[in-house]
Design a protein around this ligand. Structure first.
Ligand code: FE2
Ligand code: FE2
Length: 362
């Protein structure tokens, strides 16, 4: 077991910046790949990520989350849960798988570029975790639909879509190339992590995992909420980058980067999420229905039995309440239980307490 506690080594390991003497700055950080926006290198060294993480914690967290989602996948594979899903919902899931897994993998190129050409050591440290995140997201979101191809051959489009010249695939490739596969490190932090991930995908993934649970697609809900917790962490690379640009008189350039990518992302999300929300997501299907208990059924069938009337009144009142709610959705108490299970599987486990670490002090 390592003897050092996190707070004993964290700052020395994450923040190692020094002026170069053997190579010029432009050679180590070429403008085409890194782009300083004319801000001196020492100014970038103040880059401070809001979410602190060590490699040991990262591996521990990810191993736990992967074990959770893959065990849900193998449990549900033995059920007929997928067959019972609404066709509209299945189409929404196929649209998601067609558009997202391969670009997730491509996002690891953008993260890797920040891990090498980000202009501060703390930033490069965070981007290294982001690179691993995006590889894992690509792999998990290819594996899950692959397991469904025997039930639905269209699931093959999870891998195929981005490799075709369908017009939507061309539009998505153009957006993602400009945003992260062919972008410099500073613009990637502002356009990918701040604009796209904080502004779009985080919201999308939260909404989709809630919808998936609502319609009974537990497998998809678990996958998406697991990914969302990673996105919530590495999307925070944008804010400190933006802060340094604003503090050094580059607010106008930063605003332009945000505006460009906001409106281009808006168009793509209109295609993916717009269709899913307007046409595909079923309004009425409740995948997790509450069946009356054996005792309720007995009480309703034999009202004369001892205790039956009281129990019947309770069962009838509950049925009435469900009817008044106007839905056949999951019973709130049962839905709460599923949410708790999924939260425990997908949430980033709490970091070890580190009372003496400076980050803990107000
Ligand atoms: Fe991702
Ligand atoms: Fe991401």
């Amino acid at each position: 077991m390592p003897k050092l506690q996190r707070h004993d080594y964290y700052d020395t390991a994450r923040d190692m910046n020094w002026p170069f003497t053997y190579v010029p700055e432009e050679e180590a950080f070429p403008e085409a790949l890194s782009k300083s926006f004319g801000i001196a290198s020492e100014k970038w060294w103040g880059w401070d990520e809001p979410y602190k993480l060590t490699y040991r914690e990262y591996v521990h967290n990810q191993a736990g989350k992967d074990a959770g989602i893959y065990s849900i996948r193998s449990t549900i594979a033995r059920s007929n849960m997928y067959d019972k899903l609404d066709e509209g919902w299945k189409s929404a899931v196929k649209a998601h798988y067609g558009a997202i897994p391969v670009p997730e993998y491509l996002a690891s190129i953008g993260e890797a570029r920040m891990a090498r050409f980000g202009r501060a050591a703390a930033w490069r440290n965070m981007a290294s975790f982001g690179t691993l995140d995006e590889c894992r997201h690509g792999q998990a979101q290819i594996y899950f639909p692959y397991c469904l191809t025997d039930k639905d051959p269209q699931m093959d489009w999870a891998h195929k879509t981005v490799h075709t010249n369908e017009w939507a695939a061309i539009a998505a490739r153009s957006l993602f190339d400009d945003m992260f596969t062919a972008n410099d490190a500073v613009s990637t932090a502002i356009q990918l992590t701040f604009t796209f991930e904080t502004g779009f995908t985080n919201l999308q993934f939260l909404g989709m995992s809630a919808d998936a649970l609502h319609v009974g697609d537990i497998e998809f809900g678990a996958l998406i909420s697991s990914i969302q917790t990673d996105e919530a962490r590495h999307s925070q690379q944008g804010e400190p980058t933006l802060k340094i640009m604003v503090e050094n008189g580059r607010a106008k350039e930063a605003q332009k980067l945000v505006d460009q990518m906001f409106w281009r992302s808006w168009r793509i999300f209109g295609l993916l999420t717009g269709f899913s929300m307007d046409y595909y997501t079923p309004l009425e299907q409740g995948g997790i229905e509450r069946r009356p208990s054996a005792r309720s059924r007995r009480a309703l069938a034999a009202p004369g039995r001892k205790g039956g009337a009281r129990h019947r009144r309770g069962a009838v009142a509950r049925a009435g309440r469900r009817q008044r709610r106007g839905d056949r959705g999951p019973h709130p108490r049962r839905a709460g239980r599923f949410h708790r299970v999924l939260r425990s599987l997908s949430a980033e486990p709490a970091a070890p307490r580190r009372r003496s670490h400076p980050e803990d002090r107000p």
